[in-house]
Design a protein around this ligand. Sequence first.
Ligand code: GTQ
Length: 354
Amino acid sequence: MTPPPRPASVEELNARKAFYDEIARQNLAPLWERVGGLVTRSPQPAARPVHWKYSSVRPHLLAAGALLTAKEAERRVLILANPGLPGRSQVTDSLFAGIQILLPGERAHAHRHTASALRLFLEGSGAYTAVNGERTNMERGDFVITPSWTWHDHGNDGHDPVIWLDGLDVPIVNLFDTSFSEGSEATQIPVSHPPHDCEARYTGALLPDGCKPESLSSPLLNYRYARARASLAEMHRNGPIDACHGVKLRYANPLTGGSVMPTMSAAVQLIPAGFRTAPYRSTDSTVFVVVEGRGQSKIADASFDWAENDVFVAPSWSLQQHRAESEAVLFSFSDRAAQEKLGIWREQREASSS
Ligand code: GTQ
């Protein structure tokens, strides 16, 4: 039998330390000192559960609107900066989120970047986003995508400020060091399609005959809230209600059934009034936006009381539980699409709520 290992003596520890210092000069490091922090037993997100109340954020957006023009800012966005990732401009370990405001008559001029973007429209009317020359008007709750490397500009033709949430995969693009971007001389890319043309072609389980996917992203630019809301209401009436999610719909690329964009997934769920979801966790850090209702969410050790347009974050593998005081609709987006492609996405449903 081998004797049990004895603890290293002070001399031995000093010798090891000298060895580590020596090899560090050759850009070498001992894995055995670091393996626990590299190959962790479970996800260790730096991002923390955070909650932004819309009632607190909104005045700052209006203040930003008074301080500088959309032209000066290029994009007048307040970054949702997770305090667990100081200085990183990230909402989770892999995603960016911000809230954008455009005043009446303003334009956010055309640019494009390798990062993919999504928007959840929160407030106002008369706003549009144009993607590669196709305009789509945005109404409250509409979910709009701006796929990688597409020209996009935004405008507000209404009489009040318009506000929406942006989600981008910038940290993923930067992890791979694949960021390119360019601006256009033109404020807007010339309109080359009739407005919301894609909705005629790709909504409602109908597809143009013979069409094939031409990119990794959905050809449908705007997933209307009115349609999603009507489906949720009917599913709620018809049941069943999922213990972990209430009634949940995933936004899909109509050509493939897969995610709307290659890196980011999005979903919308209805939680009936008084319903409390069973504990759930998954490896995709998730950003939730409250579209309707009031309620509470427990995310790991944090507890958030939320209302319309609030945003909160569930970091990777943190236990989440939601309770709706009034019938609630939550929009959410995450990096699940990327994780599934890499074969590393996991979820865990608890048998019953605690
Ligand atoms: O609207 O194009 O929040 O390019 C961050 C980067 C929004 C946008 C953001 C962007 C945009």
